[in-house]
Design a protein around this ligand. Structure first.
Ligand SMILES: [Zn+2]
Length: 879
């Protein structure tokens, strides 16, 4: 036996042995319940950071617990390997993106292996590998065949110096190109879209099925989908046959419309513009064209707009109202036009005030305030709701109320009025009920190299022709130049672009756009179920068996896009007959951030305010340059804040088991975790204590065998107490891991058990042996290497990770004695140890005989004795 705990030697030895024995391979038998544990797969950026380590440790502990509890577990890992950084690195360093990516994968894989994560590496996949993206392309064609992939014009970021399209990430906060520094322009190109809007209602409705998801994530998704129920109304244009269609959630305010606004890009804009306004309108359109959507719609920015000179008619009142254009109306949203109701919409109110447009009150509060009284909000309304002639509004009145100045609808409750207005509009033929979603179709085209090529061919005769299945994958050519200038690298390669049409043989051209990398990650969890299938995207029987993922673990930053796109893909593939379930992820855990000790100089700004910790004396933190005192805080680890801790460094010093224990112990998984070296040390010391405890047991010649009959019949109070401690730990830890994965409290219980074993005077008993076994078994999911070493040390030959999770013997939890609290008139006067019983009379008898009762009750009359058996309490009420 080794006398000292040497994590490095143990961890390397077991990682090698486990790999040789294949103990982490996915079981093929199907007679056990399945459990699919999945971490969000990483982008191979170069090195693991602590956020990765936390994510993967949590999922690994979950996978290991479920294996020991008798489930067959799928626990895979792969690489989200396409994307911009590889291409940027290629442009900067003239290395091929594939080389950069695979080097990083190799580096990160070896770091993952050092953490002792129980992955089935036979399932490993990389989305940039042709045997993966072949199926990404095949899935794209499934969407295409279902009418869910289409092309239309959309704006891209255009660098006028390098003559190239830029990704959003390549444009800085000032709107300049990352490479040339040019101010980026908007340019319209034909782009590919996926029709996620067809699934908007189901994506919203099925959030109710996701009972294992955090409410916050579901709310974010619901807001992103943004369903609103309202009306579509049409405003005729004066002097033209055409009408302006608008969507509104407040049809009850339609009598208060004093103008309509078109998006500058709206096709009606040039038509309604009068000749006097033409020059001003064209100038305005050009200015808006170079603004981002965010700039145009930001809450805090002033809204800009100008009149077109054209007029529309409010079909309800017959009034002529001006047609404006404004930057905050986007053509891609809704109808690209809105009606202006300044009295009852905050944004319209602001705009109308700035532009001197009329404001007309058509809703008043349900109980009109008496002049000078009432609530603050109501004071902003003219008395009696008589509207525009009276006191001017100071803010929009957006609540429901009573309709006024609304013709036949006057006096109606505005909530009921909505329906009445819609019915009226339907009768008259100028409107109807409509549901609208904020969600828009997904733009998937990228004018970049390092992504899956969109597998279609443009033929002058046949139009868009899908690449036949037999010709998949459409491979990325390797002999490509990366300059960051001009057309996308694929478009520059004539020999790759020019191909005969698969349908008619005419010379045709390949699509040169590649797919958004979010597509690759929208289906990888399906491929893991049958990762090596080279004849099919996956065998539906296998995927239907493993799916849905039972526990998905990843960062909150993926709360919207990745999870929404994955849900969308699952539903489409279900509708294509490939899957038999509706939702991909049964339970979702969004782990908290890892925060590091951060030194900042409050007198400096930007990144300069962060001071690297190696330049700071922790006992007297001062800016090494200026001598100013520094502020200390915990902030999410990042390179720019110099507050990161490298996983490698921790593993080298303490071993992976200590790192894992610290991460699981320091905070509940969904909460932020503060990296604290002293607490890391604490976990290392705990593992050392366990090491010595088990070492002493293994070398003790008198240690008992694990004898069931002796375990179940403890001979003494000491043995009984020890067994109760063991089975209390089993119960508590099993409960903590049951649904919410409260590893922090589970590890606390493990420490209690270790203390009970250390302190007991019954070290040669069979029950002590049971305790040692139990401690190692329950340590195994958290600290897999040391648990395996200790398990072998006490004479087992099979892996601890193949062993069964200990079961709680509820008989062992019953205590022989309980502590009974004696109260007089509700005041605690003492406690006594009595035999465990729930018999009220017996408890009362013990209490009466107690010294406390004798003393305090002397000479007094007991009016009543209240006995609460469950709380082990007797209260005497005396006069
Ligand atoms: Zn053709």
């Amino acid at each position: 036996m080794e006398s000292r705990y040497n994590p490095t030697a143990i961890e390397e030895k077991w990682q090698k042995t486990w790999a040789e024995q294949g103990i982490d391979l996915t079981p093929t038998e199907t007679d056990k319940p399945k459990f699919y544990a999945l971490s969000m797969f990483p982008y191979p950026s170069g090195n693991l950071h602590m956020g990765h380590v936390r994510n993967y440790t949590i999922t690994d502990a979950i996978a290991r617990v479920h294996r020991m509890q008798g489930d067959r577990v799928l626990h895979p890992m792969g690489w989200d390997a396409f994307g911009l950084p590889a291409e940027n690195a290629a442009i900067k360093n003239q290395t091929h993106p594939a080389k950069w990516t695979y080097n990083n994968i190799a580096q990160m894989r070896s770091e993952l292996k050092r953490l002792g994560l129980s992955y089935d590496w036979n399932c490993e996949l990389a989305t940039c590998s042709p045997d993966y993206y072949k199926w990404t392309q095949w899935i794209f064609l499934q969407f295409f065949q279902a009418g869910l992939a289409y092309q239309k014009e959309a704006a891209v970021n255009w660098d006028p110096i390098d003559q190239t399209v830029l990704a959003n990430e390549q444009v800085d906060s000032e709107g300049r190109s990352w490479r040339s520094g040019a101010i980026v322009e908007k340019k319209n190109l034909r782009q590919w879209f996926l029709k996620i809007t067809d699934y908007a209602e189901e994506l919203l409705k099925d959030l109710d099925k996701l009972t294992g998801w955090p409410e916050r994530v579901k709310l974010m998704q619901a807001n992103w989908i943004g369903k609103s129920v309202g009306a579509y109304l049409e405003f005729p244009i004066v002097g033209m046959d055409e009408k302006i269609g608008v969507f509104t959630t407040r049809p009850d305010t339609v009598y208060g419309v004093t103008y309509v606004v078109l998006a500058p890009e709206h096709p009606l804009t040039p038509k309604v513009t009068t000749s006097e306004r033409q020059e001003a309108v064209e100038t305005f359109i050009k200015e808006v064209a170079n603004q981002s959507e965010l700039e145009r719609t930001a809450e805090d920015k002033p809204k800009r707009g100008i009149p077109t000179g054209g007029k529309a008619i409010n079909p309800f009142t017959g009034e002529e109202i001006p047609i404006w254009i404004a930057d905050y109306v986007l053509f891609e949203y809704g109808t690209g036009a809105v009606m202006g109701v300044p009295a009852h919409d905050t944004r319209d109110f602001k705009f109308a005030n700035e532009q001197n447009l009329p404001i007309k009150v058509v809703i008043t509060p349900p109980n009109p305030p008496v002049h000078g009284g009432g609530q603050e909000k109501q004071n902003s309304l003219p008395a009696g709701g008589e509207g525009w002639g009276g006191v001017p509004l100071t803010e929009a009145y957006t609540d429901p109320g009573i309709m006024v100045n609304s013709g036949d609808f006057n006096g109606k409750n505005s909530t009921e009025g909505k329906q009445a207005i819609i019915e009226y509009a339907e009768q008259k033929g100028f409107g109807k009920a409509r549901v609208q979603y904020r969600l828009r179709d997904w733009l998937i085209s990228r004018q970049r190299y390092w992504g899956a090529p969109i597998p279609v061919i443009h033929c002058p005769n046949c139009g868009i022709v899908p690449v036949p299945d037999r010709d998949l994958p459409v491979q990325l050519p390797e002999n490509v130049e990366f300059t960051g200038r001009g057309a996308s690298p694929l478009a520059q390669l004539e020999s790759w672009v020019n191909v005969p049409c698969p349908s008619c043989g005419t010379p045709a051209k390949r699509e040169t756009d590649t797919m958004d990398t979010f597509i690759d990650s929208s289906w990888y969890y399906l491929r893991f179920c049958d990762a090596q299938n080279d004849g099919k995207v996956f065998d539906s029987a296998k995927t239907n068996d493993w799916m849905p993922v039972d526990q998905y673990v990843g960062g909150i930053e993926h709360a919207i896009l990745h999870l929404l796109y994955s849900r969308f893909f699952t539903k489409v593939l279900r509708d294509r007959g490939l899957l038999n379930f509706d939702e991909p992820f049964q339970r979702l855990l969004t782990q908290g951030m890892v925060q590091g000790l951060t030194y900042t100089n409050p007198n400096k700004s930007g990144n300069a305010k962060y001071i690297p910790s190696n330049l700071v004396n922790p006992n007297d933190p001062k800016d090494p340059e200026t001598g100013e005192p520094l502020e200390i805080s915990y902030q999410t680890m990042s390179k720019s804040k110099y507050n990161g801790v490298a996983p490698e460094q921790v593993i080298n010093k303490y071993g992976a088991d200590t790192a894992r224990m610290f991460i699981l112990f320091k905070a509940p998984p969904e909460k932020d975790l503060e990296w604290d070296e002293a607490d890391v040390e604490g976990q290392f010391r705990f593992l050392n204590r366990v090491w010595r405890l088990v070492g002493d047991f293994a070398s003790n010649q008198s240690s008992a065998k694990l004898d069931q009959s002796k375990i179940q019949n403890p001979k003494s109070k000491i043995e009984k107490d020890l067994r109760r401690a063991i089975h209390t730990a089993i119960k508590e830890i099993t409960d903590d891991l049951g649904s919410d994965y409260q590893f922090n409290t589970a590890i606390s219980e493990l420490m209690k058990l270790s203390n009970a074993l250390t302190d007991t005077d019954s070290k040669n008993s069979a029950i002590y042996t049971e305790g040692i076994h139990t401690l190692i078994l329950m340590l195994a999911p958290f600290a897999p290497h040391i648990a395996e070493e200790l398990w072998q040390m006490i004479g087992n030959s099979e892996s601890v990770h193949k062993a069964s999770w200990p079961k709680c013997d509820s008989a062992a939890l019953v205590a022989d004695e309980i502590t009974l609290v004696i109260q007089i008139n509700g005041k605690t006067r003492g406690t006594i140890e009595v035999a465990n019983t729930s018999d009220k009379n017996t408890l009362e008898k013990y209490a009466r005989e107690s010294e406390a009762a004798q003393r305090y009750l002397e000479g007094k009359e007991i009016k009543k004795a209240i006995v609460v058996p469950g709380r082990n309490l007797v209260n005497f009420v005396v006069g």
